[in-house]
Design a protein around this ligand. Sequence first.
Ligand SMILES: NC(=O)N[C@@H](CC(=O)O)C(=O)O
Ligand SMILES: [Zn+2]
Ligand SMILES: [Zn+2]
Length: 348
Amino acid sequence: MQSITIRRPDDWHLHLRDGAMLEGVIADTSRTFARAIIMPNLVPPVVTSADAKAYRERILKALPDGHRFQPLMTLYLTEHTSPDDVEEGKNSGLITAVKLYPAGATTNSHGGVRDMEKAMPVLERMAKIGLPLCVHGEVTTPEVDIFDREAVFIETVLDPLRQRLPELKVTMEHVTTSDGVDYIKAARGNLAGSITTHHLIINRNAILVGGIRPHYYCLPVAKRENHRLALRAAAVSGDPRFFLGTDSAPHVDPLKECACGCAGIYTSVNTMSCLAHVFEQESALERLEAFVSLNGPAWYGLQPNEERITLSRQAEPVVFPARIETGAGPVTVFDPMFPLHWQVVQQA
Ligand SMILES: NC(=O)N[C@@H](CC(=O)O)C(=O)O
Ligand SMILES: [Zn+2]
Ligand SMILES: [Zn+2]
């Protein structure tokens, strides 16, 4: 197949940041994607509907002329989040989901939830009104090995929560293990998972073999090859419970290339080219649309986009920039370590 036309995709997990970084990165998403779930882990985080409204306005203001893009806002769940504020945010159409970061799990998550008990009133309200909870599914207990944090989260936090509140819709974000894939597949409803572009492509060797490579470091950290293969099988299966959330997470290079580098991989620039490559390798190009354009809206109760984009396979490798320049500084673009031949040739 040399060309494929699909509904315009959405990104169900995206970090746009704020200020000069927001201005520098937004076009890389809005050029191709119609909508994205916007992560609330700013400094300070987006915790109230008023914060989300103001952030949404800043995003729309940063949007280049002529780009049609809808930011779907989330609130950062804290132990003090007000159930009424969350409900009002949902009713006004502002809020698409609430995000749970276990305290300390990832970038800018120190204000996250320490004691799940304290979050129960708001989680109960969300279950009642049908507002999904997006979770960064890793425990932060220092005794738990970083490669086991997702599996232990499922067992000790997620499953008990779902047993207690089966009506709550939960998105397990950036699934990185076969444990996560199996848990989602075994669920009898109200559970889905997003998968990033990079976790379909790299395993943990990318970070550590031949030298330490900070631009492949993200959270949850990439796992062993058997996990990557399980993620690929889930993504290309067409199973409606799996969809794209790029988790594209820009950090300026000096904050990654240092003694204690930040977690996050910036994939917005070449995500669709990488995904077409993966789906072609898996002989599943006809299911790319389900993963990037259909399964996500169905889960979030939205219509798929009516516009179409076309990707075509170029004879020569497509050249992407190694890094982009933003007003905040340079940001390295994800390098899949193989030539990319697919290119979005027609945007909506
Ligand atoms: N994925 C990452 O490695 N980093 C994200 C946070 C997150 O999604 O956990 C970030 O905000 O930089
Ligand atoms: Zn996360
Ligand atoms: Zn993220």
